[in-house]
Design a protein around this ligand. Sequence first.
Ligand code: NAD
Length: 243
Amino acid sequence: MDSVQDLAQYLKKAKYTVVLTGAGISTESGIPDFRSTSGYYGNVLASDALSASVQDGDPQRFYKEGYQIFKDLEGKEPNRAHEAIVRLQEAGLVHEVITQNIDHLHEKAGTKDVLAVHGDAATIHCQSCSFTGDFQVMDEKVQQGEIPPRCPQCGGTLRTDVVLFGDAMPPAFDRAMAAVERADTLLVVGSSLQVMPVAYLPRYVPNLLIINMDDTPYDMISKVKIQRKAGEVFTELLEVLGV
Ligand code: NAD
């Protein structure tokens, strides 16, 4: 089994390192992932309802079933893995951060310019005009039974900035592609690497390093695979690197 020392060696040698995170980095902040046994697919109803067609075609169902996943993110705080990534950036060992997560925890920890390829549940926009705002603006309306929630500016329909099933990928995805093309090293943290098109990204990078509790389709070609909790791996990694 690969060690934290192996991981540290690759990071020290790397010229340009990109981190790609998934739901597994946030489980230690109390947010379930999708594909562990205790994850949201245990709650099939909710994940099934997280589509643009349900949001627009059956808003009552969307706000009853899928929306709870966004509500559950409220009050959650970054954990030591998110914080360690900030330290690694400050030390010049991580150059860009791509996340599939919608929980805003990298930003809350202090990472700037996060490439949130599945969007962000902390912010909202109007589907008809240029209005944007915080999740709370929309949530107040939803809690008062205003479904779908209406734009305070034009009366159009509000929605979160999350990329739902059926939505196009946002510009952040093109920037993520450019980042991995520049990189010689990709550190994947807490992702099953099964969700397309993000799961294509590891193909473009020579040195693939993975921290994930379960198997991924890329384990065979990874240079380092550590099958332990991200929080403890990052704590040890900072010690080994002395940052
Ligand atoms: P996934 O659920 O498919 O896989 C998560 C992986 O993380 C699993 O393989 C699991 O073994 C691993 N894991 C769980 N806890 C871990 C830990 N403490 N340390 C290391 N590994 C751990 O997640 P995914 O690949 O990100 O794909 C799921 C999709 O669902 C993404 O698109 C994401 O946007 C969305 N999602 C986001 C959140 C969030 O924002 N926090 C939560 C659930 C789902």
